[in-house]
Design a protein around this ligand. Structure first.
Ligand SMILES: [Zn+2]
Length: 97
């Protein structure tokens, strides 16, 4: 039998793809570590949510015109509000983009 490379006591688990893996007891310990690390993922998810909110809020300050009124359409505005484009611009203007 191949001994666990981690604790050198229990029987190692042999995986045809990954090769020799630590015994089931050592792997169980790894699972516990995963549980301890979970709050970090919550934080990351929360950070992602805040970023998303910022992105969504960012649309509110987008101006339809790139350089003041009667200039060319702001591409970011058109991407954010594709259905509003026709309220602000004539079709010829939109075709030019
Ligand atoms: Zn072990």
């Amino acid at each position: 039998m191949i001994k666990c490379p981690r604790c050198n006591k229990e029987k190692a688990i042999f995986d045809t793809i990954l090769g020799i893996l630590p015994c089931e007891f050592c792997q169980a310990k790894d699972d516990e570590l995963d549980k301890i690390e979970t709050p970090e993922f919550y934080t990351l998810t929360k950070a992602g949510r805040i970023q998303k909110q910022r992105d969504e809020h960012g649309k509110d300050i987008l101006q339809p015109y790139a350089l003041g009124k009667d200039s060319k359409p702001n591409l970011d505005f058109l991407k954010a509000y594709p259905n509003k484009a026709k309220d602000y611009f004539k079709e010829e203007q939109l075709k030019k983009i």
